[in-house]
Ligand binder design. Sequence first.
Ligand code: F6R
Length: 250
Amino acid sequence: MKLIYAKDYDSMSAIAATLIANEVYTNPTCVLGLATGSTPVGTYKELIRMHKNNDLDFSKVNTVNLDEYKGLTKDNDQSYAYFMYENLFKHVNIDMEKTNIPNGLNEDIEDECNRYEAVIDSLGGVDIQLLGIGQNGHIGFNEPDKVFVSKTHAIELTQNTIEANARFFNSIDEVPTVAYTMGNRQIMNAKTVVLVANGANKAQAIYDLVAGDANPMSPASILQFHQNAYIICDEAALSLVAQKAPELLK
Ligand code: F6R
């Protein structure tokens, strides 16, 4: 695991986008694992800029997203399918047939989880996985739990996550309470992991990730065992590490 200091949000986004772009340049048919939420928006903007200015070519790339709310249609503006279209896909030359997101409308949880796991396996797994991190340490929607859950699963979102995500909805009552998420198996099998975090509200989660005990109650801590994970944080997200474990920043 490599902890990387970025001076601000833009520089965090530029570093993450550069790692992803390098993968696409060197392996044009790669499988990109993608995340939603507010943190990766700058990374996507930078990738779009590279596509427009530097001919970064997405035409052969496959994508698999981490998660989707259960019950939202693709054209619901809060669905992650909609988010990906608006924030990346419609701006680059990606083949929409090569993009994959859990189907939030599949009521049959077992069927959807097996289908999505098989889709990722059929692509040969993820080459580079972009992650954000929840204030409670979740990655994808792998919430704090008694165990690290391995496969794609449906999860009841924690109150903390529902409250954190309410900012995207008209009211907290509209936030779906269940989501499909990739499990730790595909995340840990990704050849490279790039986690981005900014802001003081992520400081505890980042401290637990890099300096705490690996523990499913702090889900991102599993990345301590990943051989090629980049944890890219701005100064505020690193503030607790700087205070309590400064040796990790050297
Ligand atoms: C989204 C996802 C989540 C977010 C996390 C942080 O696909 O998997 O784990 O990365 O909730 O969200 P933001 O970036 O909005 O703080």
